[in-house]
Design a protein around this ligand. Structure first.
Ligand code: SAH
Ligand code: SF4
Ligand code: F3S
Length: 473
């Protein structure tokens, strides 16, 4: 069991709160689905709960409260959660006092529907009401009262709450909540509400605190970080402030919108060594007509100019994107335009999704007449083309030297580490490595540790990962 208050980083305001913390022996198990923002929100919920003495447990059988932080972005994301809720029924049977709560974007979208149809759900809390979670748990425990808190806020940024982060050298740092872009396919503006930025002073302080606690890799988060605006400080200004405040920490961000990803941002990235040369810029489609229907606010020409500028300013930059295939009325020719765009940009990686109609969005009312067969064919083609490009790019890196920040033990083997390059390539390297000198002679064995930055030679590659055996002096 993890005692949450022990994980809270040194912050005088937090310490005072902890000092007055009511005692509580209740254990919370929390499961998270969806994007990085949701994972970051889970850390906020854990922090709020810790103020009321709750402890996190990784043992679901041992918990008094199970919380599921949900995602509503596509139908399959919701189906996964529904399936999981069915699994959770059995825990309620063996422990009738167990409290089950739904948090996050599905909570916002489905509200009372969830309470009525899923009788075992005790509370439903949307992304802007997490301060209420402890009170709602308490009411459910004491009087069996079902709780629902799904109001969206124009001001809530949880600015005063220090998230309870898991151990490790990487951390998320939310800088802006909500989204005002209203892409016609997307539920996020409905599930997370209007855009609001956090105070840059607190962001910079949090970055320094993270650095002091051993974090070496910070990702600034927002659905659209380019919209960051706090007292006339824009996103490039903020990025610069953070980069300067923690020069020994890698800074990355997610996600950027092509409409307002400007030269100032790219120049800032190029100027600071500790800002990663990596840009995830979702294009969604290679057709101007489809982009217009999506309300993406940019043209293919504009997007390509941004990409070219990024390549010119940062040679070797890592590039990735999101693509929605089979948006309503997409023709075969328009699909081919997306394929061509992938070939032209030559992304390092792409996340491809089949369009999923979401209730209440504008695109929901657009006729979606493509057969499942066509959808699968188009999706397969996108995946195939991108995989070939990723493999080619990776194969060309064999024999090259790259700097890697060691982030964790490899998921596949305890004997290996996983690290990332500045341009976001995952590299697998052995824990115990042989040093070689310039002549290629083995000079000693060395055990690396998480958080080390090492120079490696790439010896093998596939479309997703690079592999290295040696560390170079
Ligand atoms: N805020 C980010 C993306 C958030 S959602 C941005 O604007 O780039 C992540 C990705 O999910 C989107 O980029 C899009 O490619 C995909 N997505 C969102 N809604 C979808 C839907 N209804 N169907 C299929 N994919 C969707
Ligand atoms: Fe959704 Fe568009 Fe906002 Fe991204 S920018 S979260 S895709 S509405
Ligand atoms: Fe999903 Fe909500 Fe993120 S819908 S993608 S968890 S903002």
């Amino acid at each position: 069991m993890i005692e949450l208050n022990k994980l809270i980083i040194n912050n005088p305001a937090e310490q005072n709160l902890n000092f007055n913390k009511p005692s509580n022996d209740k254990k919370v198990y929390i499961e998270t689905y969806g994007c990085q923002m949701n994972f970051s929100d889970t850390e906020i919920v854990l922090s709020v709960l810790s103020q009321f003495g709750y402890n996190e447990t990784s043992e679901i059988n041992d918990s008094d409260v199970i919380l599921v932080n949900t995602c509503a972005i596509r139908d399959n994301a919701e189906q996964r959660v529904y399936k999981r809720l069915d699994d959770l029924k059995k825990f309620k049977k063996t422990n009738p006092n167990l409290i089950i709560g739904i948090l996050g974007c599905m909570a916002e979208r489905l509200r009372s529907d969830l309470l009525e149809k899923r009788k075992m759900v005790d509370l439903i809390v949307g992304p802007d009401e997490y301060r209420k979670v402890p009170h709602l748990i308490e009411s459910a425990m004491e009087s069996g009262e079902k709780g629902i808190a799904v109001k969206l806020s124009k001001v809530e940024t949880y600015d005063d709450i220090v998230p309870v982060r898991k151990e490790g050298i990487s951390a998320w740092l939310t800088i802006i909540r909500g989204c005002d872009k209203f892409c016609t396919f997307c539920v996020v503006p409905f599930t997370r509400g209007r855009e609001r930025s956090r105070n840059f002073k607190n962001i910079v302080d949090e970055a320094k605190m993270l650095r002091d606690s051993g974090v070496r890799d910070i990702t600034l988060l927002g659905q659209n970080v380019n919209s960051y605006d706090y007292e006339n400080t824009d996103f490039p200004d903020l990025l610069k402030m953070v980069a300067k405040a923690v020069p020994d920490v890698r800074i990355r961000y997610s996600t950027s919108h092509p409409y307002d990803c400007d030269t100032k941002l790219l120049e800032t990235m190029a100027e600071y060594d500790n800002i990663c040369n990596y840009l995830h810029l979702p294009v969604q489609s290679g057709s101007d007509r489809i982009l217009k229907l999506m309300n993406r606010l940019y043209s293919v020409e504009h997007y390509m100019k941004v990409m070219q500028k990024a390549k010119d300013l940062m040679p070797g930059i890592g590039l990735s994107t999101d693509i929605i295939s089979c948006f309503p009325s997409e023709t075969e020719e328009e699909h081919k335009m997306t394929v061509d765009l992938i070939k032209q940009v030559r992304y390092d990686g792409a996340y491809t999704f089949i369009y999923s109609p979401r209730e209440n969005t504008k695109a929901y009312r657009m006729p979606d007449r493509l057969s499942d067969e066509v959808k699968k064919e188009r999706m397969d083609e996108l995946i195939y083309v991108q995989r070939e490009i990723s493999s080619e790019i990776h194969r060309a890196l064999i024999g090259k030297e790259m700097e890697v920040l060691i982030e964790s033990v490899s998921k596949k083997s305890d004997e290996q580490f996983m690290g990332r390059t500045d341009c976001n390539k995952s590299v697998i390297l052995p824990k115990e490595v042989t040093f070689v000198n310039e002549n290629g002679e083995l000079i000693k064995k060395h055990e690396c540790k998480i958080g080390d930055k090492v120079k490696v030679k790439i010896v093998k590659a596939n479309s997703a990962t690079l592999f290295s055996e040696h560390i170079l002096n």
